[in-house]
Write a protein that binds this ligand. Sequence first.
Ligand SMILES: [Fe+2]
Ligand SMILES: [Fe+2]
Length: 167
Amino acid sequence: MGLFTKDIQTLDDLFVHTLQDIYYAENQITKALPKMIAKASDPELKSGFEKHLSETEGQIRRLEEVFQMHGHQPKAVTCPAIDGIIKETNEISGEIGDKTVLDAALIASAQAVEHYEITRYGTLVAWAKQLGRNDCASVLQQTLDEERATDERLTRMADSQINRRAA
Ligand SMILES: [Fe+2]
Ligand SMILES: [Fe+2]
């Protein structure tokens, strides 16, 4: 099902499609994070990624809960946007030999992922409210808050030492 198929006619259809999109994305992120954990040298960055991997597993369960609440089976549809961000992460991090520069690159990639997730969850919360599903909105909001906190944590790590060490 693509964005321009007749399967998506209503805001409700679009909401479900976007849930399927982010469900796919979160699952891809759980596969990408272990590689990022393995490549990170800074212990705080490594443990930050580990923490976010376990949060991401919880976010997948939350999405499954929202699917059920909204009367749908959890299902994933390919999200080319997250595939592109992850592919770029792998390509760039595969080229960098210097560990400190690699850490800076990993943070930048992780923030691209977080920003993608923030835009998706922000939209899903708004649409859930519009559809009268405040129950779904509040579950999705918990994940949105986690993604924002992760993004802020990454900014703090980059600003406080990782970018300076890489320079
Ligand atoms: Fe996530
Ligand atoms: Fe995330």
